[in-house]
Design a protein around this ligand. Structure first.
Ligand code: SF4
Length: 97
């Protein structure tokens, strides 16, 4: 399926063939602003949708692996994604020590 055929903001953002999971995204028909709220606006609507999304972990991992700096991905804000990365690094460091 071509990315352009999907009516999803996430498909507009992702052009890579590696992100096939996006066709299962719960946010496919949601407005882009829900996942890219203005500064200070609530992320709660996005989080609620992400928490029932079948591809939450794929989405979060995509954002982490690609260093995406904006928006809610996999139910996590940019600040929360940085915390996840720190946590993962600490686990890897502990395992290699
Ligand atoms: S986890 Fe959230 S942002 Fe990611 S695809 Fe699912 S609904 Fe969309």
């Amino acid at each position: 399926m071509m990315t352009a055929e999907l009516p999803s903001f996430i498909s507009e953002l992702l052009s890579s063939e590696e992100a096939e999971w996006r066709q299962y995204a719960r946010c496919r028909d949601e407005p882009k602003d829900t996942f890219f709220p203005n500064a200070g606006a609530s992320h709660n609507t996005a989080r609620r949708l992400c928490n029932v999304c079948a591809v939450q972990s794929e989405c979060l991992n995509y954002a982490l692996e690609h260093g995406i700096k904006f928006g809610v991905w996999g139910g996590k804000s940019e600040r929360e994604r940085r915390a996840v990365l720190r946590s993962r690094r600490q686990v890897m460091e502990a395992q290699s020590a």
